[in-house]
Design a protein around this ligand. Structure first.
Ligand code: FCB
Length: 475
């Protein structure tokens, strides 16, 4: 469908950008911080591109003032960042370290002084290593530890931060961390993957209750899910069954208990040979299903699947990194296909219709719940020109088409309140190291100098006017 010439958003729409602690902060050994699973993983040979780590990242821990000034320059109305658990509660247990919390207090004060709404993600994948040593997310105790940590941060920052997100993309924590092993802690155990998913759900529920117990009632609690848009290669019943399997493993396993208080029965059936789910204890589902104030959706690309008679070997096409181990327990008979169309530097197909579909699905799945796009964006091989300017027309086109899809969903009745571009600036892209650049702001990794790309200027104009500027050819 061609986009209308003028795409204008409601006046209260939030124009944000997002980051996460391990991807930007650096200063990993400073002020009492202890290692997280991502410190351990990235320092393990062969786990990240070029052996790169977040030791320095983009040194945001020391440059946060300049970074907030840059956000103000770009006219952002909101900023989503995550807290490093290992910084505020080293080892994941015991009392809070005030100096660690002070960093986030200063950051929040700086944001508020510039009129930028902070949105805190409590957990963006960086579990304190000692909790992994004690069993990690497959163990129930980790959920209790998370609730305690949520309380600590809620007490410290609940007076000045209104928007809270418990977990970022628990699918990645469980299925890439414990299934395919391409993310920390790098385990490849299908049963542990599903146990991890349940305990992440429990952590979300207990963490939500813990936050509410210590925070002013006006604050909003949400979770950010990277729910997949799963499409079949044909309407053949076997292919539709493949969609159902992946939908359960990608989406229902989280939104089932979180929004509806139950796991999909078809998920239990499909994973019966992997796990008996006996770790789902009485009372867990009630604890997980907490009333939420909003739902965060992260979207990059849709998935295309079919049924296969036998498991296929060869490169994985599900866009989640190279591994001999599938992240999808119980779905050995499903094949992922490359979706047609242009792709970003990640190899992810550009398809804004998927974002519209995702929003409309959750508008129906959770009627009345405000939605936020808590991540969306694209990696490109950006390079400064001889004058030092960074032109990224492909990213502008990506943002334009995806924001237009958001606007279309609003017109179609979805209550989308804001959009957080991933990412504010180039940063440590997990197993891909620094080679994939998602930023609207370019980072020179030798000097750590920040340069807004042309997409940042484009986005700033959108934020200022509430209307998408046209997509111009590269200058
Ligand atoms: C999401 C992550 C974020 C970043 C983007 C590209 O899955 O939440 O940290 O890696 O993908």
């Amino acid at each position: 469908m061609p986009e209308p010439l003028t795409v204008t958003f409601p006046p209260a729409f939030l124009w944000g950008a997002a980051t996460s602690a391990y991807q930007i902060e650096g200063a990993v050994r400073q002020d009492g911080r202890t290692p997280s699973i991502w410190d351990t993983f990235s320092h393990t040979p062969g786990k990240t591109a070029g052996g790169e780590t977040g030791d320095i990242a983009v040194d945001h821990y020391h440059r946060y003032r300049d970074d907030v000034a840059l956000m103000a320059d770009l006219g952002l109305s909101a900023y989503r960042f995550s807290i490093s658990w290992s910084r505020v509660q080293p080892t994941g247990r015991g009392p809070a370290v005030q100096v660690g919390l002070d960093f986030y207090r200063r950051l929040v004060d700086e944001l508020l002084a510039k009129g930028i709404k902070p949105a805190i993600t409590l957990y963006h994948w960086d579990l304190p290593q000692e909790l992994e040593d004690a069993g990690g997310w497959p163990e129930r105790d980790t959920a209790y530890r998370f609730a305690e940590y949520a309380q600590i941060v809620g007490e410290a920052l609940g007076d000045r931060v209104e928007q809270w997100i418990t977990l970022n993309e628990p699918w990645c924590s469980a299925f890439l961390g414990y299934g395919s092993g391409v993310h920390a802690p790098g385990r490849t155990d299908p049963a542990a993957t599903l146990r991890a998913a349940h305990h992440l759900n429990l952590a979300h529920g207990l963490g939500t209750s813990a936050l509410r117990a210590v925070m002013p009632a006006r604050n909003q609690v949400a979770i950010s899910l990277n729910s997949s848009v799963v499409r079949p290669v044909s309407q053949d019943p076997a292919d539709l069954m493949a969609v159902q399997k992946i939908d359960d493993l990608a989406n229902g396993v989280f939104h089932g208990p979180i929004l509806h208080g139950s796991y999909p029965p078809s998920l239990f059936a499909a994973t019966a040979s992997v796990t008996d789910w006996s770790y789902v204890q009485d009372g867990d589902l009630a604890a997980i299903r907490q009333p939420l104030d909003a739902l965060g959706l992260n979207y990059y690309t849709p998935a295309l699947v079919s049924a296969t008679a036998e498991a296929t070997a060869g490169p994985r096409a599900d866009g989640h990194g190279a591994s001999d181990h599938s992240p999808w327990p119980g779905a050995e008979d499903v094949t992922f296909h490359q979706t047609p169309g242009e792709r970003t530097e990640m190899g992810w197909t550009i398809d804004p219709t998927g974002l519209h579909e995702l929003i409309m699905r959750y508008a129906a799945e959770a009627p009345g719940l405000p939605l936020y796009i808590t991540e969306n964006g694209a990696a490109y091989d950006d390079k400064p020109d001889p004058d030092g300017n960074v032109h990224d027309p492909e990213r502008i086109a990506y943002l334009h088409s995806h924001l237009a899809a958001v606007r279309r969903a609003i017109t179609d009745g979805a209550d989308v309140r804001g959009y957080y571009l991933w990412s504010l600036m180039d940063n440590f892209e997990w197993a891909y190291g620094y080679e994939k650049r998602f930023g609207a702001v370019y980072v020179d990794y030798t000097t750590l100098a920040r340069t807004p790309k042309s997409s940042a200027r484009w986005y700033a104009e959108a934020a200022r006017t509430g209307t998408l500027p046209p997509v111009r050819p590269a200058a």
